[in-house]
Structure formats: structure tokens, C-alpha cells
Write a protein that binds this ligand. Structure first.
Ligand SMILES: [Fe+2]
Length: 276
């Protein structure tokens, strides 16, 4: 199911208690993530560590040098853009890792008092399809040329030198789009044949224009007690600028376990239906 800003008026919300208690509702939400790449969950308790329990519904938390959970708070000791109150443009998370984090989730403990800090979501598959229609040549470059991504913070605080290369658009063997990986803030200089440098940058610029376009963006302001879960291999996320004490906790969960649970839920639900 491809989508764009026209989805803005029609974003379903899933009730936390119902997805915990009722497997058939949980299956519907998992299927929605499979089809659309994201889900919004409401009525999540606002305990500090609730995101641990939220994540357990989907799979196993991926631990990194940031720990299990990362606090998105504007702080004077900011190391990365996420720790500021600035707007952040649409991106996939942490492409400097291998493997790339699977599901990305945010739990809002406190929304910004000023009304800012809304989450913006973009369907990477929809943008990639538009890219293929606009220029087959540039689309194929994005499917073929690995783009280097890095996070080098070699010091006493972080001490990491993470580096990985990913194609911006990945196709399966039938030529269908199966992953989109784009983040201009973590891109390192290209390491490819000289003749490809300018065309690849042109292709990246075209693709970035498509994912930054307002008509590609769904905007949803998470309120206290709401959470968003998205497939980091498809859906890009962004945020608008804010003032005040916005507090969102985020983590990543591996995708293999999520898809395993989707399949087991399908199988169990089908068996229950057959036996009644
Ligand atoms: Fe991010």
C-alpha cells in the first residue's frame, strides 16, 4: 500500500491495551505495519520505562553504544541533531550500522508545550516508485551504487567510528522495491568510479527532493501516551522544530523477530478460525 500526504486525514490509531490483550487486534496492527510501514498506538502508559514493554510486543531491542533506549530531549550537551530542538528532515535512522536497525519506535512521555515537535513520516517506497517513473537512468544508479554512511565520534564520550555502505533503493529478484535507505546527514563522500560521481549526486538530489516534498509527508503530533512504530527500511521520519520540554524515548527492534511474530499470529489465528 503506497501512500502520501493524502493519508493525513485517515491515520488509524491502535489502542495499547487492546493490542496487548487481544491477538486478533495485534495481528491487525502487525498487518498494518506490513502494508503501510508504520502504526500509531494510543493510551500507552507514561511510565519512564514503558517503551521496554512496548518494544517487547514487536521483538527484541537492539542495543548500541547509545544503550537500549535513547532519550530525545533538547539538551545543552547536544552531540547530535536529535538532541537539539531544531527541525530534522526526513531520513532513515542509523545507516552507518550493519545491519541497519529494523523497526524504529518512539514513545511520547511529554509533548512540546508550544505545539511543535510533530512527527513527519514519508513512504520511501512511494518516493522510489515516483523516482523510477521520473528517470529510469537515475533510479537504476540508486539501485546499483553503494552510498557510504558514517558516524565518527572518536572521543571520551562516544568513541565510535561506525561505517557502512548501502544502496539507496534495493530491489528483489523480481525488480520490486523492497528497501529504501537515505539520510543526507550521515552520508560520507562517495567512493565510486569518477564517471559516476556527478550522476549519483544528481540522482540523490532528485530522490531527496521527492522525500522532502510536502505532498510526500504525513504529519502527526504524538501526544503524551502515544507511540509510533515504523519500518526503518521503508518509512523515513522527521520532526518539526519545537520549544520547551518535549520528551520522547526511542529504541530500535530487529525486524526478523517482528515478521516471525506476524507469521505466527497469522497461523494461530487461522487455526483458531478453523477450529470454531
Ligand atoms: Fe532519526
Amino acid at each position: 500500500m503506497l501512500w502520501d500526504s493524502t493519508l493525513n486525514d485517515n491515520i488509524p490509531e491502535w489502542d495499547y491495551n487492546r493490542i496487548v490483550a487481544d491477538e486478533s487486534i495485534r495481528l491487525q496492527m502487525f498487518q498494518h505495519i506490513n502494508d503501510y510501514g508504520f502504526a500509531i498506538i494510543s493510551d500507552v502508559p507514561t511510565h519512564e520505562n514503558q517503551i521496554e514493554y512496548l518494544a517487547e510486543i514487536f521483538g527484541f531491542i537492539r542495543q548500541t553504544h547509545y544503550g537500549r533506549i535513547f532519550d530525545l530531549i533538547s539538551t545543552p550537551e547536544q552531540r547530535i541533531l536529535a538532541q537539539t530542538a531544531h527541525a530534522i528532515r526526513p531520513h532513515n535512522d542509523e545507516l552507518f550500522r550493519n545491519p541497519i536497525p529494523g523497526l524504529f519506535m518512539m514513545h511520547c512521555l511529554q509533548a512540546s508545550e508550544c505545539g511543535g515537535g510533530a512527527s513527519v513520516l514519508v513512504d520511501g517506497f512511494s518516493a522510489a516508485k515516483r523516482m523510477r517513473s521520473a528517470s529510469r537512468e537515475l533510479f537504476e544508479l540508486l539501485c546499483q551504487v553503494p552510498i557510504p554512511h558514517r558516524r565518527f565520534l572518536v572521543d571520551e564520550v562516544d568513541d565510535v567510528a561506525l561505517s557502512a555502505n548501502w544502496r539507496t533503493i534495493e530491489l528483489n529478484r523480481h525488480g520490486e522495491i523492497e528497501a529504501v535507505h537515505i539520510n543526507e546527514r550521515t552520508m560520507a563522500p562517495l567512493d565510486t568510479e569518477e564517471r559516476l560521481i556527478e550522476p549519483v549526486y544528481r540522482a540523490l538530489r532528485e530522490m531527496l527532493a521527492l522525500v522532502y516534498a510536502p505532498e510526500a509527508c504525513v504529519t502527526y503530533r504524538l501526544e503524551s501516551g502515544q507511540a509510533a512504530v515504523m519500518d526503518n527500511h521503508r518509512v523515513l521520519h522527521a520532526r518539526t522544530a519545537f520549544n520547551g520540554n518535549r520528551h520522547i524515548r526511542q529504541c530500535h527492534v530487529d525486524r526478523d523477530e517482528f515478521f516471525s511474530r506476524l507469521r505466527t499470529l497469522r497461523r494461530r489465528t487461522t487455526l483458531v478460525a478453523c477450529n470454531t
